[in-house]
Design a protein around this ligand. Structure first.
Ligand code: 4AD
Ligand code: MG
Length: 433
């Protein structure tokens, strides 16, 4: 007899199979027991009929505790009533590992309790659905950038540079020298672009931000493509193609997780329609001012969550906001050709209140301009000589951007808080488990 994964049940209808699974829940009456089973590939039901199994097996089934691990033997049948569409008519059960007093019961639990039990909470159906979608977005990212001719470049996690400013750095000591956990792989991606043309980094980044919001993690994963010989306009087209590809891939490969989450697939389908609208920062400020909802809002401020939400709702699609004030953006962005108060950059804002999912820009190419910016940003020039070398030896127009993986997942899954988009979230005041 074959041991199969639950997800493959459709290929084994009316066959007798064996499944290794955990019991998530159970209902029973005099003559029947319903076992809710999961094996990490899907969730489905095992039906144990008193008349079809030995008295020992029926007694065992009725006494099973939540999260006991089992081998279940039985025959697969179609089950129209469930999300999943199949169930197993049980012939035999073998207990593999006992489970007493599993802490996460089917009743409601508070978020802090669930977060303290994140190592177990991951087993629940909703967390399963989110992690499958996370996995698909990662898989599709590699597919997309491979198809577009990119080379994956691994940037270091321990670094001496601070591309996104010095206020939220995690400091550590490195054999008597200062070092930081990487905030962004971008500067290394730029070296990669000068070596291999089109590259992307993908890895964890760290921001010691004292922000306790539903959009901020202390440790998150970022995808950072960087393209030589590419100006901003072409980069924006690449960005929207990438986002549409991710959404389409989730629609194509994650129907079951999306159904578990109750995410509206028609809403997602609209996000695959290109192009996305574009608005300059100047016009965005006017829109916000005219709305009458943002008292005292003036040119020059950075947008917070309410402003980003308003803008994306206004366009009802992901929207690029172009050319922010230079004063609120990092040192490496290309100056505007005719204005010295803005830079050539864009943030992509997601609708439904999810805010900035991508930040990117064309990069400054002039070594003297960059030296000046590094000085003004209060950074140590010696730490950036290698970066300035990229402008000394064959500098070319180039652009890049960073997608926050967990922001993307939170938006696509329609969840209300970023903490559930990563297996073990690192947040302000939380590093356990
Ligand atoms: O806008 P950010 O800070 O841009 C960069 O780091 C650039 N170096 C990227 C580049 O051009 N290569 O961050 C990029 C994205 C944001 O748009 C957001 O999606 C996400 O990273 N992000 C966060 N996600 C979760 N928690 C946080 N604290 C985040 N900060 C930024
Ligand atoms: Mg940003």
């Amino acid at each position: 007899m074959q041991t199969i994964s639950i997800i493959d049940a459709k290929d084994h209808v009316d066959e007798q199979v064996r499944i290794g699974a955990w019991l998530t829940n159970k209902r029973s009456s005099g003559k029947i027991a319903f076992l809710q089973l999961r094996d990490g590939s899907a969730y489905f039901q095992g039906v144990v009929l008193k008349n079809n199994v030995s008295p020992e097996v029926f007694a065992l089934a009725k006494g099973l505790k939540q999260e006991t691990s089992l081998y279940v033997t039985g025959t697969i049948h179609a089950d129209e009533r469930s999300h999943f569409g199949y169930e197993i008519a049980v012939d035999d059960i073998e207990v593999v590992g006992e489970s007493e007093d599993y802490p996460i019961t089917p009743k409601e639990h508070g978020t802090d309790f669930l977060m303290d039990h994140r190592h177990l909470w991951l087993r629940s159906q909703k967390q399963f659905a989110i992690m499958k979608i996370r996995n698909e977005i990662i898989r599709a990212t590699y597919e997309f950038f491979n198809k577009e001719g990119f080379t994956k470049l691994d940037s270091p996690i321990l670094t001496g540079s601070a591309p996104e400013g010095t206020t939220d750095l995690f400091h550590t000591e490195y054999f008597g020298r200062d070092a930081y956990l990487s905030q962004s792989g971008q500067l290394y991606a730029e070296a990669g672009a000068m070596a291999y043309g089109k590259v992307f980094t993908f890895g964890p980044v760290f921001r010691a931000e004292k922000s306790k919001t539903r959009r901020h993690l202390i440790e998150f994963w970022m995808v950072e493509p960087e393209m030589a010989f590419m100006h901003q306009e072409e980069s924006l087209e690449l960005q929207e193609r990438y986002i549409a590809f991710l959404v389409q891939s989730v629609l194509d490969h994650c129907d079951y997780p999306l159904t578990i989450l109750g995410r509206d697939k028609d809403v997602l389908r609209r996000y695959t329609e290109l192009p996305y609208p574009r608005v300059t920062y100047d016009d965005a400020i006017k829109l916000l001012q005219e709305s009458g909802e943002f008292d005292g809002l003036e040119w020059g401020v950075d947008f917070g969550s309410p402003e980003e939400t308003y803008l994306a709702e206004h366009f009802n699609k992901p929207v690029f906001v172009l050319n922010y004030p230079k004063a609120i953006k990092p040192f490496y962005m290309k100056p505007h050709p005719t204005r010295d108060d803005v830079v050539i950059c864009a943030d992509l804002l997601a609708p439904e209140g999810y805010g900035e999912i991508i930040g990117g820009s064309e990069r400054a190419t002039d070594v003297h301009y960059l030296e000046e910016q590094i000085k003004q940003a209060g950074l140590n020039m010696d730490d950036y000589q290698w970066y300035l070398d990229l402008r000394r030896y064959g500098s070319v127009p180039h652009s890049g951007f960073g997608l926050g993986l967990e922001r993307m997942i939170t938006w696509i899954t329609g969840e209300s808080h970023i903490r559930e988009s990563i297996p073990f979230p690192r947040m302000l005041n939380r590093i356990y488990p």
